[in-house]
Design a protein around this ligand. Structure first.
Ligand SMILES: [Fe+2]
Length: 376
């Protein structure tokens, strides 16, 4: 390995099982709030920078060559790798540190879409967030649940000569800042986010999708439909290509369901989630590909690197097959961890409250905590 690598290169190394150790030199509280993860477990050790500098000889003796040194912005770690080199240890700096890692997006082609569609799952490892580009080459595409770093979406659309016509947030996100309104404005697309979630009018243009609305992407014989799936939030609206795929937002994940408490209505929304599961999802084709907006655990990532499953698999779980609404609600509501306090602010920002770039970076620290139950 070289003495410096980018977040994308680090991701590739982790994916290949080629990282002996990550030495994270941020403060302990920063490390405990979140750390670098990829598609597989990576040995990680936290030694705050002041301690690492003070004990550099000892540290050099304790870590292997090839260790990746990480700090918040890549500066302290850059100094430390020089000191470690002088102590005889060959290590590598992560350029831009965890701040750069937080912006990393990985684009993976989606197999098995019906002709003439193509699509990508865009993974954001720092948040375990997923977004999607789906469209018809030479025509139009939709972007669903985009992160606020827009270039990847613009590049994917351009690569297939597609115009981004619709930008959709399946719900008002509580864990990360949406790039939806900015992307829509940038490419002159229509932006859609549920009105039930924003609490009414927004400072940005918004045309909420109604249940059953069709999106015209230039494939006349195949429908792309909006489908209301309340539960995680009151207005959650997902995207469905009948018989083929369902972008489920935070309604169902590869394992578990979206937590219903983030808008302060846990019991009521858990009941709505029960109806979504049994009245909306259950009647659909079991072979339908489920493409969620998050993962929580590494075992939700397939051997192909994608986070996806089928509806049939989703319904194999005890919770999803629970036919008694009271038991379903009880199971979910009693398993909820405390919601991060910062989530209320993120929802306000995603509904139009202004925030600076620095505030957004702070608000987005940490992996998502949007799942209610992942033990199913
Ligand atoms: Fe979420």
């Amino acid at each position: 390995m070289s003495t410096a690598l980018t977040p994308a290169e680090l991701f590739a190394h982790i994916d290949a099982g080629d990282v002996p150790l990550i030495l994270d030199v941020r403060n302990q509280n920063e490390f405990e709030s979140w750390r670098i993860e990829g598609t597989r477990e990576v040995p990680t050790r936290n030694v705050p920078i002041w301690q690492a500098v003070e004990e550099v000889e000892d540290l050099a003796a304790q870590i292997p060559d090839g260790t990746i040194v990480v700090c918040a912005h890549g500066n302290g770690s850059d100094l430390l790798i020089e000191m470690l080199a002088q102590a005889g240890r060959s290590v590598t700096n992560l350029v831009g540190g965890t701040a750069a890692w937080a912006e990393l997006l990985i684009c993976l082609p989606l197999p098995g879409l019906p002709e003439p569609f193509i699509g990508w799952q865009i993974q954001r490892p720092a948040k375990a967030c997923l977004s999607y580009v789906i469209g018809v080459p030479g025509h139009a595409c939709i972007v669903v649940d985009p992160a606020r770093f827009l270039q990847e979406y613009l590049d994917l659309a351009a690569r297939a000569d597609m115009t981004i016509t619709h930008v959709i947030d399946t719900h008002v996100h509580a864990d990360h800042i949406s790039g939806g309104p900015q992307l829509a404005e940038r490419v002159n697309a229509t932006y859609h986010v549920p009105m039930e979630d924003t609490g009414g009018s927004t400072p940005f243009a918004n045309e909420p999708l109604i249940d059953g609305a069709a999106l015209d992407l230039g494939a006349a014989s195949i429908e792309v439909l909006a489908v209301k799936m309340p539960g995680h939030t009151p207005g959650t609206t997902c995207i469905h290509i009948p018989g083929h795929l369902l972008l489920t937002g935070d309604t169902v994940f590869v394992r578990g369901v979206g937590r219903p408490d983030l808008t302060g209505q846990a019991d009521d929304l858990a009941q709505q989630l029960f109806h979504t599961v049994h009245d909306v999802l259950r009647p659909l084709e079991p072979t339908t590909m489920v493409l969620p907006a998050h993962w929580t655990f590494l075992n939700e990532i397939g051997t192909d690197g994608l986070v996806k499953t089928t509806l049939g698999e989703v319904f194999n779980s005890t919770l999803m097959s629970e036919a008694d609404m009271a038991a379903f609600v009880r199971e979910i509501v009693t398993s909820l961890p405390a919601a991060p306090q910062i989530y209320d602010t993120i929802r306000l920002v995603n509904s139009g409250q202004p925030a600076t770039a620095a505030e957004m970076e702070t608000l987005e620290i940490g992996k998502n905590q949007c799942a209610a139950s992942t033990t199913t």
